[in-house]
Design a binder for this molecule. Structure first.
Ligand code: RIB
Ligand code: CA
Length: 344
């Protein structure tokens, strides 16, 4: 079967690292390149962390890394905007074990460097060189790079088969009471993607929170024994440890943590992993208030009527995933890591 051609857009990040491992080691995916963006940590760290993961998977000769946007499109321009104050900045002496996303992943420093060409020009050039509807975009961080590419050269739209993004929320929230992190960091970028007419599958926080993995799974994965398997186990442990320490009033250890980003990669080749999907309208609240960055589902126009005098619904522009199959997801990760061991 032909491999799915993807561009992976990351803000590496502990769960991004697992997404990169699974994409690079999967024999069902052809990663055309990896683009980085500021999000979980700042751009120099998301890029360095991504290079470390590529080297850990021994894929540096096949897959290149392209540095992307250092800041969101607009959210940090608002002097009183909380994104400007709270976007992660590499802290000098912070306790890395407390962080869901350490500044530096627990991998050896790498001599690998990102390509000279930056993410957005590379993304445009690569897409324009591909057949129509041939490339799946998999953004698992703030969508600044993809939004800039769309705004810079709309010709890429017909080259994109679909977008399978990690982001958005309806019933679960983080970091604010209404928004999911990737959308919250760059609300305008996500709205550009949602309004582009592209076929968008939204692997939301609602879905990713139904597939948490814990110590047992981390132990089993660590036994596989390869570098990438140990990294995946370390990332689960990092998230368990950080969540246990930072969750207020937590009685005991956190029993499981969501691995948001690899679920989006899994959904590219195994859409059946998403067990509850609705086709609905979805747009981002761009007001500068409490709900800034919130993804709003299923609304209709205010008093806009169709030819039958009915209130007109907004076009259904996303396939919104609300639940996922944990067993299938976990078996998919283990299958990729075990095959990776056979190849070494
Ligand atoms: O809300 C989850 C998303 O925010 C994930 O992509 C995680 O890596 C962080 O970027
Ligand atoms: Ca991410």
């Amino acid at each position: 079967m032909e491999k799915e051609k993807i561009i992976l857009d990351v803000d590496t990040g502990s769960d991004d690292a697992v997404a990169i491992v699974c994409a690079l080691l999967s024999d069902e995916v052809d990663v055309l390149g990896i683009t980085t963006v500021t999000g979980n940590v700042e751009i120099r760290n998301t890029t360095d962390n991504t290079l470390r993961v590529v080297e850990c998977c021994d894929k540096q000769d096949e897959v290149k890394v392209y540095r992307g946007a250092e800041l969101p499109l607009a959210s940090t321009l608002v002097p009183w905007g909380i994104q400007g104050k709270t976007l992660p900045r590499t802290e000098k002496e912070s306790d890395q074990s407390l962080k869901v996303h350490p500044d530096h992943l627990p991998l050896p420093e790498t001599k690998l460097k990102e390509e000279d060409k930056r993410a957005v020009p590379w993304m445009i050039e690569t897409l324009l060189s591909m057949p129509d509807r041939s490339v799946t975009l998999v953004p698992v961080g703030p969508e600044t790079n993809l939004a800039l590419a769309i705004r810079s050269d709309e010709r890429i739209l017909k080259k994109i088969k679909r977008v399978v993004m990690m982001g958005g929320s309806h019933d679960k929230y983080a970091p604010t009471q209404g928004a999911e992190f990737n959308v919250w960091v760059d609300p305008e970028a996500c709205e550009i993607v949602l309004s582009s007419g592209l076929d968008v599958t939204m692997v939301s926080l609602d879905a990713t929170s139904t597939v948490s993995l814990g110590e047992e799974e981390a132990k089993a994965i660590r036994k596989i024994g390869t570098g990438p398997a140990i990294l995946v186990a370390d990332m689960i442990d990092q998230r368990l440890n950080a969540s246990s320490k930072t969750m207020k009033g937590n009685e005991g250890a956190v029993v499981g943590v969501a691995l948001h980003d690899p679920l989006a990669v899994c959904a590219v080749t195994h859409p059946e992993v998403l067990t509850d999907i609705i086709d609905t309208s979805c747009h981002v609240d761009l007001g500068r208030g409490f709900a800034y960055g919130e993804t709003v589902l299923g609304r209709n126009y205010e008093a806009v009527y169709d030819e039958n005098g009915e209130i007109m619904d907004l076009p259904k522009n996303v396939h919104y995933a609300r639940k996922a199959d944990k067993d299938l997801f976990y078996k998919w990760i283990c299958g990729i890591l075990l095959k990776g061991r056979e190849r070494h």
